[in-house]
Design a protein around this ligand. Structure first.
Ligand SMILES: *Cc1c(COP(=O)(O)O)cnc(C)c1O
Length: 395
């Protein structure tokens, strides 16, 4: 099972274990080499002019980045994958590849915050207009399509509030109008959702999260189908945003264990989410795998798992007390760390800032606390959350 082509029909954990590197291609070593490279030598000047050799310069790829990208292609079912230095770059690079002056892009309102910053802070200056749409819009996105709409960007579940989207319905409309569809698939990873099988053209990952998995690496991947691959590759080579050899290697290493890690994240997060639904001080739990969640039917139809991050809405009627109560909750935590990002082995909590929303408005019942459930024991995590709830109550 050492050859990539032999594993493409295998189970997901088998593919995670073997994709991307054929040990026989490198002296039998189980793992690929970490190639540090700018310069690649050519055998003669004719080859140099024709550039007719597999590797020509470090920015365009090495055996290390190829191994990671091949593994992602196998997991995503994509034509090509690029590895870039952050999850944010995995959004900005394909946007710059697809969009040019005078174009229009539709972006879901529950989008990862820095994606919005990029659209308003940079794309607007390039003469590219952004419209934010309701995550529940589905086929209704038709009404927002313009002749110059070149890209529809989706993210499901949405950042912090976990709204689901009808991805196939949106993709059908977008394609009928000649637009490409991108999706930030960081939450589900290719294990629990395969965007390209549901009509998406460009699947984006903050591989910083579950693929890397240890809160020590920043990296992003962009996997595209045949249609979108030329634009993605063009932007990658023109912008020069290539992931480092060590980070690429470590991310491939992380993929090997991602299946078992995610299974544990999923199980613990769901157990905690269910327990919190019945707990005093919690108005609502925002987790797509809960039957009570508004987007649950879409999740059940399209996804085959849930990961370790969800939110709770604290029950705080007085809006002027939201921040104080949220801070009381956070400051009482002993195991959960207070910090950004997620997908590592350790549990984290953050008071979600939803002030940038224009359509998908924040819950009214109280402040939103996002919880990343790590690999610790649920028996230790639950009392920690209960400490937070008690502190919020008495604050
Ligand atoms: C974290 C995150 C990103 C950005 O990843 P970085 O590697 O931190 O730049 C993008 N999208 C989503 C949904 C994220 O959660």
């Amino acid at each position: 099972m050492s050859n990539t082509s032999n594993t493409s029909k295998a189970g997901i954990n088998t593919r995670l274990a073997h994709s991307g590197h054929d040990p026989r291609s490198f002296h039998g070593f189980v793992n690929p080499p970490v190639v540090h490279a700018s310069t690649v030598l050519f055998p003669d000047s004719a080859t140099m002019v024709s550039r007719n050799q597999k590797y020509t310069y470090g920015t365009y790829g090495t055996p290390t980045t190829d191994a990671l990208n091949a593994a992602m292609n196998e997991l995503e079912g994509s034509e090509g994958t690029i590895a870039v230095p952050s999850g944010l770059a995995a959004i900005t690079v394909p946007f710059l590849g697809v969009l040019s002056a005078g174009d229009h892009v539709l972006v879901v309102d529950s989008v990862y915050g820095p994606t919005r910053n990029f659209c308003t802070g940079m794309l607007a200056g390039f003469g590219i207009e952004t419209t934010y749409y309701d995550p529940s819009i589905g086929a209704g996105i038709e009404s927002l399509m313009r002749p110059n709409t070149k890209l529809v960007h989706t993210e499901a579940p949405g950042s912090n509030t976990f709204e689901m989207q009808d991805i196939p319905a949106i993709a059908e409309v977008a394609h009928a109008h000649g637009a490409l569809v991108s999706m930030d698939n960081t939450w589900a990873t290719p294990l629990y959702f395969k965007p390209l099988d549901h009509g998406v053209d460009i699947s984006i990952h903050a591989a910083t999260k579950y693929p890397a998995g240890h809160s020590d690496i920043l990296i992003g991947t962009v996997s595209a189908n045949k249609q979108a691959w030329p634009a993605v590759w063009k932007a990658f080579t023109m912008l020069g945003v290539c992931a480092s050899p060590d980070d690429s290697y470590m991310t491939l290493r992380g993929l090997r264990t991602m299946g078992v890690r995610l299974a544990r994240h999923q199980e613990s997060a769901l157990a905690i989410a269910r327990a919190l639904e019945d707990m005093q001080g919690v108005a609502r739990v925002l987790h797509p795998a809960l039957e009570s969640f508004p987007g649950h039917d879409l999740w059940k139809r399209d996804f085959c798992g849930s990961s370790g991050i969800f939110s709770i809405v604290l029950d705080v009627a007085d809006a002027s007390r939201h921040e104080a109560k949220a801070h009381a909750f956070l400051d009482a935590l002993e195991i959960f760390g207070l910090g950004y990002s997620w997908g590592g082995y350790e549990s984290l909590a953050v008071h979600a800032n939803l002030s940038d929303r224009t359509v998908a408005l924040p819950p009214r019942e109280g402040p939103v606390i996002r919880l990343q459930i790590g690999l610790e024991d649920v028996e230790d995590l639950m009392p920690d959350i209960e400490r937070g709830l008690a502190a919020a109550k008495s604050a």
